[in-house]
Design a protein around this ligand. Structure first.
Ligand SMILES: [Zn+2]
Length: 451
């Protein structure tokens, strides 16, 4: 049998693949991500001049084929593609919407590691999401800010733009001298040449594409250390320096509290990027270094840092699982308030439950949002947090805290779905019945009868 198989493939003269597909069947963003391969590393070499709003880029994408492939897609919104090679050989390309289809010179066998190089340029786009918020490439007063939740990274680099495919990153960004370029991970160096500066950033731990960021402009960059010597790097727009100083001084203390509550910090560095109010419409938990439009409130800082565990390290398998990000980060803030002299999580829960006029909170169940336009609505955040509070009531405080830490550890640097979560909780608390919580609080329509 084996000999026959070998003979057949030898007669065929090589692999005969099929196209990898234009999406990964995300229920809300069906074209996000692509089938047939798994990216392990992005090496991005970018240049940007804010004056002309012009980006030039070379993306070297290392991936492993998960099927025999004759072609595969990358996600890229806008920009001009100048050339694509696969393993050094010119590839054929075509574009339809956000799909850049690459037909390599030779078909790729399942399991093969291959390297795709895309050279591209142009004015990167600001994308408007189904809920009306803006992401992708956001021009700012002194530069630009790249934010990618849920599908904005395709506005500035080609890739597999879905949270189910995480990878490491190297980013070299060249900007006019006098400006800074700040990203995820660690700054490994910078060099000046011809009136420009190149900043080198490395993200060694797996990162979902929606968590990649790039902030170009004037920033005061401060390095310090957090708990157990964790390197911290903050980049603050000078206009926001005074307003940010107090809250950012608490960064080590908040990280230490979160480590006690959620377990070891999952990445090799931490920090923040503070831009000006209006540079973005929201704060975002970009990996290592969340972005804030203006000096953050303490609660917002607690929320975005909690995402480093819940969202960035344990990443949702699809956008329908968004409550695994937002319910946890919201509950982190409730716990922080409770343990720092504020209202208890029970008081916050009761306040929400008792407000009978608050229809928006009960518009849909946290694990079944009403489509792509609603993944950032309140049921995903606050009702998601209420699910966690119900679990806490059922298990008691000690076991609940162990669940929070255990969940972060079980899927560290990976991905997980809502079904993974309910199975995990049931496995860790075998004597406890969670059926009613799943049925009424997680998946049930409307306001449950009993708090
Ligand atoms: Zn959040």
């Amino acid at each position: 049998m084996l000999a026959l198989a070998l003979t057949v493939s030898a007669c065929d003269g090589g692999v005969h693949g099929v196209p990898g597909g234009s999406g990964v069947r995300d229920p809300f963003f069906p074209k996000a991500g692509n089938g047939g391969y798994d990216v392990t590393h992005y090496a991005l070499t970018l240049g940007y001049a804010p004056a002309g709003r012009r980006l030039t880029g070379t993306a070297v994408i290392t991936a492993r084929a998960t099927a025999d492939l004759s072609a595969f897609d990358l996600d890229l919104a806008g920009l001009r593609v100048d050339s694509v090679t696969v393993d050094g050989k010119d590839a054929l390309v075509s574009r339809t919407g956000q799909e850049l289809t690459v037909r390599p010179h030779d078909d790729l066998g399942k399991g093969a590691v291959f390297r795709t190089t895309v050279r591209y340029a142009g004015a990167p786009r600001t994308l408007t999401d189904p809920d009306g918020s803006e992401e992708g490439w956001l021009p700012t007063a002194d530069g630009a800010l790249a934010l990618g939740e849920p599908v904005g990274s395709m506005a500035w680099f080609p890739g597999n733009d879905h949270p189910s495919d995480k990878a490491s990153y190297d980013l070299a960004v060249t900007v006019p001298k006098g400006l800074q370029a700040v990203s995820n991970g660690e700054l490994t160096g910078s060099d000046d040449h011809d009136g420009r500066t190149t900043y080198h950033w490395r993200t060694a731990e797996p990162m979902a594409s929606y968590l990649a960021t790039l902030a170009i402009g004037h920033y005061t960059i401060t390095r310090s250390t957090g708990p157990h010597g964790l390197p911290l790097l903050t980049a603050v727009d000078p206009e926001q320096a005074k307003a940010s100083a107090g809250v950012l001084a608490r960064l080590p203390e908040i990280l230490a509290w979160e480590e006690r509550t959620f377990g070891p910090y999952p990445f090799s560095s931490a920090g923040v990027i503070v831009d000006r109010p209006g540079d973005a419409g929201y704060a975002l938990e970009t990996q290592n270094r969340p972005v804030f439009p203006g000096a953050p409130e303490t609660g917002t800082l607690v929320h975005e840092l909690a995402h480093q565990w819940y969202g960035d390290s344990v990443t949702p398998r699809s956008w329908r699982d968004m409550w695994l990000n937002e319910g946890f980060a919201t509950y982190a803030d409730w716990l922080y308030q409770e343990e720092h002299g504020g209202r208890s999580a029970q008081q916050i829960f009761t306040g929400l439950y008792d407000d009978r006029d608050d229809d928006a909170l009960w518009a849909f169940p946290p694990a079944r949002p009403d489509g792509a336009a609603h993944v950032s609505d309140r049921p995903v955040y606050e009702r998601g947090a209420m699910v966690l509070h119900k679990i806490r009531q059922q298990t008691g405080d000690r076991a609940f805290k162990a669940l929070l830490r255990g969940w972060a550890a079980a899927h560290r640097h990976g991905g997980a779905s809502t079904a993974d979560f309910t199975a995990y909780v049931e496995k860790r608390a075998p004597g406890t019945d969670f059926t009613g919580i799943w049925k009424h609080w997680l998946y049930g329509d409307g306001r449950p009868d009993r708090p």
